[in-house]
Ligand binder design. Sequence first.
Ligand code: MBD
Ligand code: FE
Length: 282
Amino acid sequence: MTTMNPTAHGSGNAATDKFKTQRVSSDTSVERASAIYQDVLDALARIIHKHEVTYDEYRVLKQWLIDVGECGEWPLWLDVFLEHDIEEVHYNRNHFTGTKGSIEGPYYVPDAPKLPATCTMPMREKDKAAPPLIFKGQVTDLEGNGLPGATVELWHADEDRFYSQFAPGIPEWNLRGTIEVDESGHFEITTLEPAPYQIPNDGPTGWFIKSYGGHPWRPAHLHLLVTAPGKRAVTTQLYFQGGAWVEDDVASAVKPELILDPKPNAGGIAEVTYNFTLDPEA
Ligand code: MBD
Ligand code: FE
């Protein structure tokens, strides 16, 4: 593991190191690879000719690509700018009809400690300064039958916009957990309301955004991975009605079906119900 500090470089290298521990592969045929790569090169050629890209611009691109790699920011850049299209294709080509997915992003960590169906997320004293949120619901199949054995993995940033394991000094599993639903598929999680989120922008991804006059903000969000035996896992995110950047997410990952509208409960604590429906396994 490279040293981590709360900079784009630190979180980027941590995300890259984590990604490299996976052994990824794909059964893509030579024919399919040829068709995809040819289209990629054709698209780039069209862009170069259309915009009459200069040698200076070409060299800046080359330097930027080198910088993104050296800073470990490929997971960040790819997940922010391309993953939403990959996710959309994944949902459509499999003809899913259950809960909509959204991008995983660079900060998922598998095997978060198990928590019971009714639980409070692991958090520090300082995290408790943020307003609490009760997030509850049921995991069901497409017919609405509760799914015992389902798990709801939840991870999100703290109020300082840091994810545990991707910034220094945060307990390993802070604001991360694998919630095991009860016999009827229900869960009730107490956590804190996440804040709007600025993606790390003091590195080459931030430079890229500034170069086209964009902004680095994502709306406040919860990340989720919902699984159940025999069902297709859903990786998704949930957002908050009326929140900053919900209409203008740098990662283009908001969908209307994924917006929560918590209301104060009898005790004055923000509470919201969201049910997950899982498609059967193919
Ligand atoms: C995040 O928290 C995130 O969700 C994405 C998609 C990119 C960077 C940071
Ligand atoms: Fe995130």
